[in-house]
Write a protein that binds this ligand. Structure first.
Ligand code: ADP
Ligand code: MG
Length: 470
């Protein structure tokens, strides 16, 4: 062959047959990968031509280019070589008209709105649009105590730095309902929004994520679904347990997750259980979720509940008697959401009826609310069950013996008496051999601390509680 062939003619001739080859190759790819993948990815390839053994394509965005390059390019090349063994390379470049959107890595200059539908997660949730974030959920309004100090510190660290630390990526926050996980996530978003407005933050619930994903599947537009996460610096997915058991969503979530992590973007996840307890989640995803920093939010202690009530009252600029605060903190130990609910109820009611908040008024207002907590459990029942469980004599419950093996069960019984009956601290004290109300108070605090520090003991006590409540 004459090496000095006129390139134009060569290209022309080449292009004609290569167009046909592209048609054949793309049909084979469609068969191999399926309609869906083809539509989402391969169909985005715009065939430009073939020159000097290079097949040239353009695509609208960098993301699509990278995706195709890593997933389909090799196969594409192999297929093409079956038709023309002279082909050496596939070139995929980004179409110039959308270059400005995605070539620029500085997030503040990325104009996401142009390539995403109105329903885009990003436009709804970026730091520039905070409509989905609760104004009150800030770090300032978060009361820190032993049960949540790790989660708080981790969230704060993520919010404070713009250099993603591999050790805390992803940040996995887990704990029971109403313990402040969502609050911490919103706080991260607010903090970054205020102090580092160049960073893009996307916060969404796992349900919203799934909804968007299913919608994208239906409209066969997975590509723009994925695209919306691309420019995000911090992605937060709340209540990730809802993604469990939904295979394709899991898979998709995992892709997005890996991609962002590989690109050094921060991920924050919340869940009602630890990564290893996500039974419906695939093993590899489960283990990957636990690679970063896993921080659990424990149940609140009496002390923390007092702090939270105080802080809420300060925020509302309202003061109520200390004994009411203590009553609420002692009675409503399930979670912070319920505690807040009870406090709001008391305040709203007393405003409405124009009566000052007193312990009596509070008890009256919360009568129904507390009825569910109030069982016909007696202190004697409690002492008996606790003695049984810890192998001590019932009489030891009212003895003055200070031996740990006896005093600990006694403290647990006092704690249970406080949380399961309506007896006051001094009434309880009396039933335990005439002890002082401060001794009971100390016991309640001690046991709450132990419960969050010692998981096994915590479980044990919760189980006792359930047995006694029946
Ligand atoms: P979760 O997401 O863990 O179910 P939320 O973050 O929704 O819980 O918290 C429930 C409510 O309790 C929210 O109103 C939140 O502000 C409040 N809350 C939880 N923990 C704290 C805390 N440590 N300090 C102040 N408010 C808290
Ligand atoms: Mg939540």
């Amino acid at each position: 062959m004459n090496l000095l062939v006129q390139p134009k003619i060569l290209e022309y001739a080449d292009e004609d047959s290569s167009s046909k080859t592209w048609l054949t190759v793309s049909n084979s790819l469609k068969k191999e990968y399926g309609e869906e993948t083809f539509k989402s990815w391969i169909s985005k390839l715009n065939f430009v031509g073939c020159a000097n053994g290079h097949i040239n394509f353009t695509v609208p965005t960098r993301f699509i280019r990278d995706w195709i390059a890593t997933h389909y390019e090799k196969r594409l090349l192999n297929l093409w070589r079956q038709h023309n063994s002279n082909v050496k390379k596939i070139n995929i470049t980004i179409e110039s008209k959308s270059n400005s959107n995605f070539e620029i890595l500085k997030p503040e200059r990325v104009s996401v709105g142009t390539s995403i539908s109105n329903e885009s997660i990003i436009t709804e949730h970026t730091n520039t649009n905070t409509s989905n974030l609760d104004r009150r959920f800030t770090f300032e309004n978060f009361v820190v105590g032993k049960p949540n100090e790790l989660a708080y510190a981790a969230a704060k660290a993520v919010a404070d730095t713009d250099v993603v630390q591999a050790g805390s990526n992803p940040l996995f926050l887990y704990g029971g309902v109403g313990l402040g996980k969502t609050h911490l996530m919103h706080a991260i978003a607010w903090h970054i929004h205020k102090n580092n407005p160049n960073r893009k933050v996307a916060y969404l619930s796992a349900e919203k994520y799934m909804y968007q994903f299913v919608k994208a599947l239906r409209s066969k537009d997975i590509m723009s679904f994925k695209e919306q996460f691309r420019s995000v610096d911090v992605l937060m997915v709340d209540d990730v347990q809802f993604i469990c058991g939904k295979d394709s969503t899991q898979e998709e979530f995992f892709h997005t997750f890996n991609e962002l992590i590989d690109n050094n973007r921060q991920i924050v996840i919340s869940c009602d259980r630890s990564p290893s307890d996500l039974e419906d989640m695939e093993e590899r995803i489960r283990s990957r979720l636990g690679w970063g920093l896993v921080a659990d939010v424990h149940s609140t202690t009496y002390e923390l509940r007092i702090g939270i009530l105080q802080s809420k009252l300060d925020q509302m600029n309202i003061s109520i008697p200390q004994n009411v605060i203590e009553f609420l903190a002692a009675k409503i130990s399930s979670n912070v959401r319920e505690l807040e609910g009870a406090l709001n109820k008391v305040i709203a009611h007393s405003n409405l009826i124009g009566r000052e908040v007193t312990l009596e008024v509070t008890k009256e207002i919360l009568r129904d609310f507390l009825r569910s907590n109030e069982r016909a459990v007696t202190i004697e029942d409690i002492q008996k069950k606790v003695a049984e469980r810890f192998n001590v004599k019932v009489s030891d419950m009212s003895s003055p013996r200070r031996l740990r093996s006896i005093s600990r069960p006694r403290q647990i019984a006092m704690y249970l008496a406080k949380s399961l009956t309506r007896r006051s601290l001094s009434e309880i004290g009396k039933k335990f051999g005439g002890k002082d109300h401060t001794t009971v108070m100390h016991a309640v605090k001690k046991v709450e601390e132990l419960m969050s520090a010692d998981i096994e003991l915590g479980e044990d006590i919760r189980l006792l509680k359930r047995i006694l409540e029946c």
